[in-house]
Design a protein around this ligand. Structure first.
Ligand code: GDG
Length: 492
């Protein structure tokens, strides 16, 4: 069983003379102004949720875009700030982007291009040459910041996600001796889908600068190998899951990401959770109710309208539950400058209003939608007080909300309704599996979850808790680091 401590000793024993650098677009701590005061927030991001505990254990430097309004005020002249602010454990190096760079590289190429390209959610990707040019330039900016941090030291560089597909190659051009790994947090589509990207060759060439490439599940690895095999000049070794291109080998492997199970379990035992539970019950009028819960970034891949549709059908088909079941959806606003994100946000509000208009009586409201950025305490209290949690992504690399719900259920109760199209559904086989597109079946699954006998709920939850406890975030990091240690570091 991997724990924070065993990961720390692996790092101490094997990596002490290496600098460990994580690089991502999103920063783990964002400083913003709230009136005169500065506030530090932890963003709603699966990647940050997963990597922050690892960095707290390893130390090192995290290079990321400084996106908060007060970020510049809180760093030194090198763009450094020690984080977490209340108990500093590692260094955050902020990279500054202009509004135009952010619009074209982040909102444009990354999120209107690559994000819909990699998710099968029937949203058409948009590719603009100017966005691509900004993407290349910003990748170079991140690569330069990483090179500056490395200086002349031995380094492992751990690159996160689709925003930075080109940087391993850029880093190695200047410093061929550092070891780089990249984890792709979203699905990799099949080659038919990927080939519509006008810069597919450049992206594949960039990614193959890495020594190691990680995806959540084997299926995404296979799709990647197939895309390379058919798309560019390279030798794909399906036995060893390697790609050889221009004398360089890249190992492609699945590492299912997870959460800090023991930390969540510990946090959920705090007395503050009880007080927060009481507050939430009062705020949403949940006394005596069977509560269902969903928490997501508001994104068209998360299937939030599909889940509301299922709740609507459930009440229509099962009027005996009207007045007895309440569904609470919390949603963190995300990428709101992109038209599809504005639309999905409005659609969710409209649907909630319609469902409530249809069924609400007296004090009872079937659906509560709360948008905004919620603290961890609120999320954990909601996980604990709910009878069932709904994760209905149309497509999701892994999905950490499902694993957080399981980790939070220290009482061993609760039912997870989980989309078959998440990476998590491969591990959490005791969830009630749904196809979010099949609205009637989905509504039946809500009924199944509500009517599941307590012994059955506990049996399923116990098995899921065992899985998440074992396959925790420290195991994920340890597997990647152990793989990285196999690559020989050549002295400059
Ligand atoms: C990508 C992939 C993959 C949500 N609302 C609030 C809040 N959250 C937190 C949740 C969870 C995280 O955000 C969301 O994680 P997911 O995994 O569900 O989704 P993505 O952000 O899309 O992440 C995904 C992940 O990367 C990791 O590899 O699993 O497939 O798409 O931790 O709790 N957190 C706070 N306030 C909120 O209002 N603080």
């Amino acid at each position: 069983m991997w724990t924070k401590e065993t990961l720390q000793s692996l790092i101490k024993e094997k990596m002490s003379d290496y600098l460990f650098i994580v690089v991502s677009n999103r920063e783990p701590y964002i400083h913003t102004y709230e009136g005169e005061e500065t506030k530090c927030i932890f963003p709603a991001s699966g990647m940050v949720t997963a990597l922050d505990p690892v960095m707290k254990s390893c130390g090192g430097v995290w290079v990321a875009h400084g996106s908060g309004s007060a970020d510049r005020e809180t760093v030194d002249e090198k763009g450094h700030v020690r984080v977490p602010p209340e108990d500093p454990r590692y260094t955050l190096r902020r990279v500054w982007l202009s509004k135009e760079e952010e619009n074209k590289y982040y909102y444009g190429f990354s999120n209107e291009g690559l994000w819909p390209l990699c998710h099968i959610a029937y949203t058409r990707p948009v590719f603009r040459r100017e966005d691509w040019e900004a993407y290349v330039a910003v990748n170079q900016k991140f690569a330069d910041a990483v090179l500056e941090e490395i200086g002349g030291r031995k380094a492992f560089v751990f690159i996160q996600d689709y925003h930075l597909a080109l940087i391993s190659r850029m880093i190695k051009e200047k410093n061929p001796n550092c070891i780089t790994a990249q984890f792709w947090h979203i699905p990799w589509p099949n080659r038919e889908a990927f080939r519509v990207c006008p810069w597919q060759d450049d992206i594949l060439h960039g990614m193959l600068g890495n020594d190691l490439l990680g995806f959540h599940i084997q299926y995404h690895c296979n799709n990647f190998l197939d895309t390379v095999d058919r798309g560019i000049e390279a030798k794909v070794d399906y036995e060893r899951f390697q790609v050889m291109r221009g004398g360089k080998t890249t190992l492609v492997k699945a590492f299912p990401i997870s959460v800090d199970y023991s930390d969540i379990a510990e946090q959920c035992g705090r007395p503050a959770i009880e007080a927060e539970t009481k507050r939430l019950i009062k705020e949403y009028d949940l006394r005596g109710q069977i509560v269902g819960f969903g928490a997501d970034r508001i994104d068209y891949t998360k299937g939030i309208p599909d889940r509301l549709r299922a709740i609507d059908i459930f009440f229509e088909k099962n009027p005996q539950y009207q007045g007895k079941v309440s569904f609470v959806q919390i949603g963190a606003l995300s990428r709101i400058h992109i038209p599809q994100y504005k639309e999905i946000n409005d659609e969710i509000t409209r649907m909630a209003v319609d469902i409530n208009y249809k069924y609400a009586t007296g004090h009872w409201k079937p659906v509560h939608v709360a948008k905004g950025h919620f603290g961890r305490l609120t999320l954990e209290a909601m996980y604990k007080l709910s009878r069932f949690c709904v994760v209905s992504s149309l497509h999701d690399g892994m999905n950490l909300v499902s694993k957080e719900f399981v980790a939070a259920r220290t009482d061993g109760d609760g039912v997870l309704i989980l989309s078959r199209f998440t990476g998590a559904s491969r591990e959490l086989t005791d969830a009630v599996a749904v196809n979010p597109y099949a609205a009637d079946d989905f509504a039946d699954a809500v009924k199944t979850a509500i009517e599941m006998p307590p012994e059955e709920r506990q049996k399923r939850m116990a098995r899921m808790r065992e899985t998440v406890a074992r396959n925790n975030i420290y195991r994920w990091a340890a597997k990647i680091i152990s793989e990285l240690l196999k690559f020989e570091f050549k002295e400059i």
